[in-house]
Write a protein that binds this ligand. Structure first.
Ligand code: GCW
Length: 640
């Protein structure tokens, strides 16, 4: 299927007389060959009439490997005569070349220099793609990795590797963490040839391939009677399987595992803990340099809503904190950014900073499961940035992680991400994890400039993107409440949809009060944080307004730091959020003729749906709280 090259497509640079270019690269690895290829095709787009020559030329690029702190580091210096690119290895050179091309596209032939060592060593995408071609929480068409039980490799796969590498992403798990419908068999011989080809392709672009595996594979694949991690036969089975897999699939990065989570099998079935489970796999793949990424998303998904003592927000901490120091060194614990599940607003997860003797990585979600499903514009880059820079009491989040994985938002749509504007999230995730010093404004401006040639379009779209998260939060879930969406598919409002269910996701709204008491007087969750956070979150007086109802249960008349009452804040933000969505839709209309028709149509359809849905959210949430509280809006606006 046809696909866009997104931010990699370039316009010819006008007004420069470059006719000949010489490229010299003294490194000869698959990655530096990819770098040379990228450079040639990138420069040909920028200077369409150019000839590549050896020796004297109008413009030169020289590339070589140099000693850096990391093999992924690079340095680029460039002016109108040419550029020097050095890298810590072929991969560093490749990143340097992408930086050079970006610099040329954004600023022409002017002087430019950049020297970077990636902020986070592991920058990963997790695909929730199933073997039948469907994608769990996918809003961009079908999978381009799988169709009808087969692994695909085609032109699109190549473009994907290039796109990821161009923003510094260096790992990718290709299948859903809920391993089902035959995905267990990915670790068997049938898939080795294709996996191996995919590993080579990704490897040329500096990307390690990971597979999600079924913890009960000894039974589902191997036919054993148990998957007990302490059972000798089980251990031997994994060792043999991994020997076969890693020998044939050269360069495979390792496994991603969701265990004892939402009914996935795990070590609990045998009375073992998560360190036993993770180390079982870690030992089987250690001889091949593989790593096990073990998810911390473990909670009781069959809770009784009447029970006010069990708190889902606590569960990962309670489960994993006692295991600090017990994981093998090739295990990485993957912790979601917040303690619940990718809501529009959550506090930082209390495990960050709490397990100094364990490798920890973060997990965020580009797929907008709870943030408008790529129908609503919701740019996540500013919130990712705030998250990485958030203090844990023991340093910032980024100082406490060895990397971050993002649940991918891509599919086989022409534009990859359903909404063309959602590609900014993919771009921004890569750029930010590679260079943590970048501001969200800079990243968005870059993406807009690389995506749209028209100045007005760049300005209008950047503005929409930067305001979009606040607007979405305003018309959906106020003050950190979360889970006001419809059950299962998670689109649209239903404030009681999860209230009497088993998922541990309650708002506890009644006629007097709303919110969950997670302070010392409630579930004690706020106490899990290091100081000063425990103190700040622990009292309604010091808790930030935006998280008040996550941590506290307060009367509707409680006054926020903003001076408004809780109920008035709910009304105001819902009216305002809708108005903002309306302004977005109107601003988009002014772009007709400034952007191509397909992009314009893609946005028009989505902004119309966002507006319809924002009105629905506004009216349902306002009516819900108005009926419960009996308190009128000070401004007497329409509530149903
Ligand atoms: O956000 C929830 C989703 C599930 C997902 C789960 C997880 C892959 O609703 O679809 O399953 O999280 O992160 O494991």
């Amino acid at each position: 299927m046809e696909h866009s090259a997104l931010w990699l497509k370039a316009q010819p640079l006008s007004g420069c007389g470059i006719r000949s270019i010489s490229i010299v690269c003294t490194d000869h690895t698959p990655q530096s060959s990819a770098a040379v290829w990228e450079l040639r095709s990138g420069l040909t787009e920028l200077f369409p009439k150019v000839a590549f020559v050896t020796g004297q030329a109008d413009y030169f690029v020289k590339m070589k490997v140099k000693k850096f702190t990391s093999p992924e580091s690079y340095s680029v210096t460039s002016d109108e005569n040419g550029a020097f690119v050095t890298g810590g290895s072929g991969v560093g050179i490749l990143y340097g070349v992408f930086a050079l091309l970006r610099g040329l596209r954004l600023g022409g032939l002017g002087r430019f220099s950049e020297s970077i060592t990636p902020s986070q060593p592991l920058r990963m995408l997790d695909h929730w793609d199933n073997l039948d071609g469907s994608i769990e929480r996918g809003y961009s068409g079908r999978s381009f990795f799988f169709r009808d039980g087969e692994l695909l490799i085609n032109e699109r796969t190549v473009t994907y590797a290039r796109l990821l590498s161009s923003v510094g992403i260096n790992a990718c798990a290709i299948n859903n963490v809920n391993v089902r419908d035959g995905a267990q068999m990915l670790i068997t011989e049938k898939f080795f040839p294709r996996l191996s080809a995919l590993c080579d392709l990704f490897g040329r672009y500096g990307i390690k391939l990971f597979l999600s595996v079924d913890f009960s594979a000894p039974m589902s694949v191997g036919g054993l009677a148990t998957s007990d991690p302490l059972d000798r036969e089980v251990q031997a089975w994994w060792s043999e399987r991994c020997a076969k897999l890693f020998r044939r699939v050269n360069g495979l990065g390792g496994f991603l595992v969701k265990a004892d989570s939402e009914r996935q099998p795990g070590p609990y079935a045998y009375g073992r803990d998560h360190a036993d489970g993770a180390n079982l796999l870690a030992r089987a793949i250690a001889p091949y340099g593989g790593r096990v990424i073990w998810r911390a998303f473990v909670y009781n998904c069959s809770q009784d809503w009447r029970d006010r003592t069990t708190d889902r927000a606590r569960s990962a901490y309670d489960c994993f904190k006692p295991l600090d120091g017990k994981f093998d060194e090739n295990v990485i614990l993957q912790v979601k950014n917040g303690p619940m599940d990718f809501q529009v607003r959550e506090p930082v997860h209390p495990l960050f900073g709490a397990m100094p003797n364990t490798n920890i990585m973060a997990e965020v979600q580009l797929a907008q499961e709870y943030t408008g499903q790529q129908k609503h514009v919701c740019c996540l880059v500013p919130s990712f940035c705030a998250f990485f820079r958030h203090e844990t009491g023991r340093g910032t989040v980024s100082e406490n992680v060895c990397g971050t994985a993002a649940v991918s938002n891509t599919g086989d749509d022409f534009c990859w991400t359903g909404s063309e504007l959602a590609a900014a999230n993919l771009y921004g995730f890569g750029r930010l994890t590679f260079d943590g010093s970048l501001s969200p404004e800079r990243i968005i401006a870059e993406w807009c400039a690389l995506t749209f040639s028209d100045e007005t379009a760049r300005r209008v779209i950047a503005e929409i993107l930067l305001r979009s998260h606040k607007a979405y939060e305003d018309y959906t879930a106020p003050l950190g409440l979360g889970w006001l969406c419809k059950p299962n598919h998670h689109y649209g409002p239903d404030p009681w949809g999860y209230e009497f269910d088993r998922w541990g996701t309650y708002n506890r709204a009644d006629r007097d009060c709303v919110g969950v008491d997670r302070s010392a007087s409630g579930t004690g969750y706020s106490e899990l944080y290091a100081e000063p956070l425990a103190n700040v979150f622990g009292s309604p007086e010091t808790c930030p307004d935006e998280l008040l109802l996550f941590f506290h249960r307060v009367p509707y008349t409680h006054r926020l730091h903003s001076g408004k009452t809780v109920i008035q804040h709910i009304y105001d933000t819902h009216f305002e959020g809708y108005e903002q969505a309306k302004r977005f839709a109107e601003a988009w209309k002014t772009l007709e003729g400034h952007i191509d028709e397909q992009t314009f149509a893609n946005g028009s359809e989505r902004f119309a749906e966002q507006l319809r849905s924002a009105a629905e959210w506004r009216d349902v949430i306002n009516s819900f709280f108005h009926r419960l509280s009996g308190i009128d809006d000070e401004q007497n606006r329409q509530i149903y």
